[in-house]
Design a protein around this ligand. Structure first.
Ligand SMILES: Cc1ncc(COP(=O)(O)O)c(C=O)c1O
Length: 410
């Protein structure tokens, strides 16, 4: 946690946002993460694009900010593409990925020169359609490549480089007179997220561009995201693998690109999500009541696994407790439980320590996927705030019942 909080400060925020639980963002941390990738890579390989993965946390405030720092918008659906446009991000600064793009957004992306990475042969038919409709428009596209990473499962994305469909894709692109292949894309979120895996990915992309595609000089190689972000030692200890730093990844990737392309003509694109945003948000949940059932203590909170562990991860994450007053009591093996009706909504089990009713519990590293994975199950989403020039800015107000039911026909 970057800021120091006190119980009275948290009460003040609760009053302001009119909700007993809330997320707090630290945009200085986001900027630092961004600069760490940028500065480390560019010190060796200047031709770099950093695409912020919107899906990881599409808080408009973040998306806009990264763009102002020179980042690209990495989007994977018509909804995300529309969000980027709504934020007034230039289409030229949008990377359009994803398995189900609409024809309309593909046409818009091609007309306005977005980076467009094709995921299937069916998408190529839409490209063909566009090229026939606008024969004077020169278009460029990228191909999302699919290959197996050592010790990983088969990915369902992109076009298999070992399959006939890859050759078919290349032939189709060649046949379209006003279309050129400009880049290759690969993304896979592996468990281990190792440096070796990224070296393998880049080597493979280079091999494809040299050996599988005749006379191809890639304008860009996009190796996607999937990097670990910064973590406290306590959080790191929950992972059974070595957790590389942003500098470790950046140095390895930049050195390799520099070896492949000493003139730096080919642009390197990365698409970090987790590594940029995970450690930028802290979630505060308030204890609503504490009860004892059959000798076991439960603290019910204005929170749930949906707001803390939407991925279903069952590990106890590091927490910090802010006690409400001096009448604290020591508890042995207490479970913090959520507002849902699900028995398994126990987001921290066997807590041993002091607690009292109305305490706040803080969970760090809540910036990636928490906001976007929250379903409207039982409760609307909590508000999000940040500190700006000494004051508090509300980035998302408390979601209301009306927000949830607005699209239903009554
Ligand atoms: C194409 C693509 N790029 C980037 C990302 C970001 O991955 P992460 O948030 O793990 O960095 C994803 C996540 O699924 C993705 O699908």
């Amino acid at each position: 946690m970057q800021h120091e909080y006190s119980y009275s400060k948290l009460l003040e925020i609760e009053k302001l946002v009119e909700n007993p639980s809330f997320y707090i963002c630290d945009t200085a941390v986001l900027h630092r993460n961004f600069l760490r990738f940028k500065n480390t890579i560019q010190s060796t390989y200047p031709n770099l694009g950093i695409g912020y993965s919107f899906k990881t946390n599409y808080l408009p405030y973040y998306c806009k900010m990264v763009n102002q720092w020179g980042g690209l918008a990495e989007v994977v659906s018509p909804m995300e593409y529309e969000l980027a446009l709504k934020l007034k991000i230039s289409p030229k600064e949008i990377i359009y990925n994803g398995p189900i793009k609409s024809k309309d957004t593909i046409f818009y992306a091609l007309t306005n020169d977005s980076y467009l990475n094709i995921d299937s042969l069916e998408e190529l038919q839409i490209i063909q359609d566009f090229a026939n409709t606008y024969p004077n428009k020169k278009i460029k596209i990228g191909l999302r490549c699919n290959f197996l990473l050592p010790n990983e499962k088969i990915s369902r994305f992109g076009i298999d480089i070992g399959d006939e469909s890859f050759k078919q894709a290349l032939d189709t692109i060649n046949e379209i007179r006003n279309c050129t292949l400009s880049g290759l894309h690969f993304h896979y979120s592996s468990q281990e997220r190792s440096i070796e895996s990224y070296k393998f990915r880049l080597t493979k992309l280079l091999e494809i561009s040299k050996n599988l595609i005749p006379n191809f000089e890639p304008e860009y190689l996009d190796i996607g995201g999937g990097f670990f972000g910064d973590m406290s030692e306590e959080l790191k200890s929950l992972f059974p693998y070595e957790v590389p730093t942003i500098e470790d990844y950046s140095t390895a990737i930049a050195n390799q690109m520099n070896g492949f392309f000493p003139t730096h003509k080919t642009k390197l694109i990365i698409e970090p999500g987790v590594a940029l945003v995970a450690n930028t948000m802290t979630f505060f949940a308030k204890v609503n009541n504490i009860k004892c059932i059959n000798g076991k203590y439960f603290a019910s909170c204005n929170a749930s696994f949906q707001t803390i562990k939407p991925s279903g991860n069952l590990k106890n994450l590091p927490i910090k407790i802010f006690l409400s007053d001096s009448t604290k009591k020591y508890y042995e093996n207490l479970d913090f439980v959520g507002y849902t009706c699900l028995e398994y909504d126990r987001f921290y089990t066997n807590y041993c320590g002091f607690l009292n009713n109305k305490s706040f519990i803080a969970f760090e590293n809540m910036g990636s996927y928490n906001i976007v994975f929250k379903p409207p199950f039982i409760e609307p989403s909590p508000p999000i705030i940040t500190f700006e020039q000494g004051g508090i800015a509300i980035l998302r107000r408390k979601e209301t019942t009306e927000d949830i039911f607005n699209s239903f026909i009554f």
